[in-house]
Ligand binder design. Sequence first.
Ligand SMILES: *Cc1c(COP(=O)(O)O)cnc(C)c1O
Length: 383
Amino acid sequence: MEFLPFALPEIGEEEINEVVECLRSGWITTGSRAKQFEQEFADYLGNNVQALAVNSATSGLHLALEALGVREGDEVILPSYTFTSTAEVVRYLGATPVIVDVDESTFNISVEAIKAAITPNTKAVMPVHFAGLACDMEAIIQLAREHNLFVVEDAAHAFPSTSGGSLVGALGTDATVFSFYANKTMTTAEGGMLVSKRSDVIERAKIMRLHGISRDAFDRYRSEAPSWFYEVVEPGYKYNMPDVCAAIGIHQLRKIDRFQKKRQELAVRYDSLLKSFPVVIPPKAVPGDKHAYHLYPIRIKEEAGISRDEFIQEMSKQKIGCSVHFIPLHRQPVWRDGYKLTREDFSVAERLFNSEVSIPLYTKMRETDQLRVVDAMKKVFGC
Ligand SMILES: *Cc1c(COP(=O)(O)O)cnc(C)c1O
């Protein structure tokens, strides 16, 4: 029996051919393909957003906060139930991540917890759309408006998700950042996209993305006039996306609606196959909204008589890969010790973490693969 992975990218001949063409073209770093990818990504989202391709979602989040002027002394509210990127970028800028608990039914940041954490130093809030299920953005945007806070969405899981009928990324928040890491809903191997309707955010991030240089290499290369001159106007970063990666992204983007349908189809089938299992199936999007289903996070009920760790062990014996999302930030030494976070203050995230397991979900998964996962689970639970 072959090992069945927990996640797998779907790379077609289109991506491969585009990468090869890019390699043969003589221009492999950021250039026309990155520009095309940005334009097509912005067009997909609509609502006049602008998009900047970057080399990871982490760098996109960093650029977004930097462009909004987040700095030392500022506090940024974010959920414990996320990947460390969400908090680390706050620290890059010398600001303080204020880590709060989540909502038990959605795994997403609790609006009440945000409210309770606001101080005169709060500058921004970073909702994370866990697994691809959008946060209650209407409530978060309303709260942010009342307290004059920026909203920067960590949408690493959420392409293409909707909230209130609009695509995440086109909701009019200050910035939204998507990830194209290898196991996300679409990939460029490594990469991310920063999107915003705010020209000031985009302009600033564009300069900071490439060393703080006022004109990028590709513009200089294309320029008819002598193009050796450039000016460094800020101490920037090196966060640009190479064309070799954008070449993959251009074709992944064209498949994203099919990818989303496939993920949803698999999720709906899991929902019904696991109905009588001692597990809590993942929360669904509200009617009319779209769930990107980056993950299929189940919770093992106590009545199952088996721990989450034992479950993963048993599945692995049957050659099926599982994962855990996430080890909450309040358990990670850097955040736990640095901010004196205790498990008691994160009772919901604790309960979620102790029972959560993400089972295989990816677009190349066949129905027979899925049945194999369910059969293995049947054996583990003895049901
Ligand atoms: C994957 C992920 C990131 C980081 O994405 P990169 O593109 O690898 O930098 C950030 N936040 C969350 C919630 C993620 O899952």
